[in-house]
Design a protein. Structure first.
Length: 271
């Protein structure tokens, strides 16, 4: 349950591990399509006495914008690809260091601490179900679990509105697919990093795509049964378990992302 920390998502694990290794005086620069990674970079930079600059879509949730700003980040809204804008901006000055979710191995390694904790639970898990955007969470968790328990299956979950990572995983190469909407912003990417695709191919056993309607149903299910208001991307793993025949008798699901815009949440209906 990766919602009960200051960032309400898993992103702080990898961000802190990565940003903590940057030289003094650095500015951590990132593109954040969903907003949670931007919050994590802002949090980590402030914790380590550094600056953070975050590029986000112009349509970014006001809730996440406010949280990034409150954590001290300079936020740039753009109508272009935030990752591309951040890459160009970081290259302009040596003190600006691009921190790329999915690309940098240290971010995956930090996220992989969830795998450590799952195995410490001493439950005989058959399958771990993980939401997938840029792939840092899935590959980090899989790297640790496969080293300790190679028999455990790792299933990644993406959104059918943005299947670029799933198609890239199947093909073994980067496939760019324009996302149809931003409802599941945290896992909606149009072009994964090549490094992420390589790690996904090596470590993830299967990929499932879930539709927006299934995610809406699952958000309401989590609210009713768990008392947790998950954002759409955070409910993806649970939606896969609820609506697909995921193999295994004992499943572990990572629920991550509780930065839902409450005004938007109240308008969602079960379909």
């Amino acid at each position: 349950m990766e919602t009960l920390n200051p960032l309400r998502s898993f992103k702080g694990r990898g961000a802190d591990f990565m940003v903590g290794a940057l030289p003094p005086g650095s500015t951590a620069v990132c593109g954040s399509g969903g907003g949670n990674f931007g919050q994590a970079i802002a949090y980590a930079a402030r914790r380590h006495g550094l600056r953070a600059e975050v590029f986000v879509p112009a349509s970014m949730s006001p809730v996440k914008l406010d949280r990034m700003t409150a954590l001290g980040a300079t936020v740039h809204k753009t109508h272009d690809d935030p990752k591309a804008m951040a890459t160009t901006y970081a290259a302009e000055k040596p003190e600006r260091i691009l921190v790329a979710d999915g690309k940098d191995a240290r971010i995956s390694e930090g996220a992989g601490t969830i795998g450590v904790e799952l195995l410490r639970s001493r439950v005989d898990i058959d399958t771990v179900v993980v939401p997938v955007g840029d792939g840092a969470l899935a590959t980090g968790v899989a790297k640790w679990i496969k080293a300790q328990r190679p028999d455990v299956r790792i299933v990644g979950v993406g959104t059918s509105a943005a299947p670029a990572m799933a198609e890239s995983w199947r093909a073994g190469t980067v496939i760019e697919i324009e996302r149809r909407n931003t409802f599941t912003a945290g896992i909606s990417i149009s072009k994964p990093w090549p490094e992420a695709v390589t790690r996904m191919r090596d470590l993830v056993d299967d990929m499932i795509l879930v539709a927006d309607a299934a995610i809406v149903d699952t958000m309401h299910l989590a609210a009713r049964t768990l008392g947790v208001l998950l954002e759409p991307a955070g409910a993806a793993g649970l939606a896969a378990v609820a609506g697909h025949d995921v193999p295994g008798d004992v499943l572990a699901v990572v629920l991550t992302g509780a930065n839902a815009d409450l005004a938007t949440y109240s308008e969602l209906t079960v379909r």
